[in-house]
Design a protein around this ligand. Sequence first.
Ligand SMILES: CC(C)(COP(=O)(O)OP(=O)(O)OC[C@H]1O[C@@H](n2cnc3c(N)ncnc32)[C@H](O)[C@@H]1OP(=O)(O)O)[C@@H](O)C(=O)NCCC(=O)NCCS
Length: 195
Amino acid sequence: MGDGDRREALPALALGRAGAADAPEIARLARGVMEEAWSERGFADQASKPGAVLWTARSGARGELLGFLVGERILDELHVLSVAVAPATRRRGIARSLLARALEAASSAGVEVVHLELRASNRAARSLYEGFGFVAVGRRPRYYRVKGKQRAPTPPHDNHDNQNNQNAQNPPNPREDAVLMTPALSAWQNPRPGP
Ligand SMILES: CC(C)(COP(=O)(O)OP(=O)(O)OC[C@H]1O[C@@H](n2cnc3c(N)ncnc32)[C@H](O)[C@@H]1OP(=O)(O)O)[C@@H](O)C(=O)NCCC(=O)NCCS
């Protein structure tokens, strides 16, 4: 069964706030599922910032980490930086639960603006956010690196010709656009009901 298939709901899910102590576990999960995952240090630093927003989803039974959401709050704005779920437990509403909880907490704390960016090709994430009323409001061209598709550096002896020739030999590394999303007015406080 692939990630895109619908699965039965998880029997029990524990959602909670996380901190720097959870960074090693979160980084391990991120490494396995994200194209440009932060390091353990990156998560720990992020979690220690004053406006840090870090939620985890764990299996109720064993406490195993199944997913996380990381964001940053600045005054009345929430920037959702990332959401990720372990491949084996996808399509069971974990990301939706994490996002719902984070948005609910943000709203209670006075957040009025939510924004995020995602890879233009990330249809799963886009559909997740659209379910909460997010709409695309902009694009950052070539914002993300495309992993595994970097061109090999041209050897120095091949790289002596005129500018046009150099461009032909050295096409820019592949990059991917970011789509910027924000919820349509108040929509994020009334997400589409999940299963
Ligand atoms: C995107 C991701 C977080 C979704 O996690 P998830 O727990 O499987 O998502 P949910 O089960 O809560 O799904 C909620 C909604 O998201 C959308 N969605 C999730 N996975 C999808 C997929 N593979 N294809 C299409 N839509 C998908 C659907 O609208 C879904 O609602 P539905 O199940 O009622 O149709 C997960 O696929 C993931 O970790 N991807 C890798 C990391 C990543 O790309 N993160 C986003 C960075 S911005």
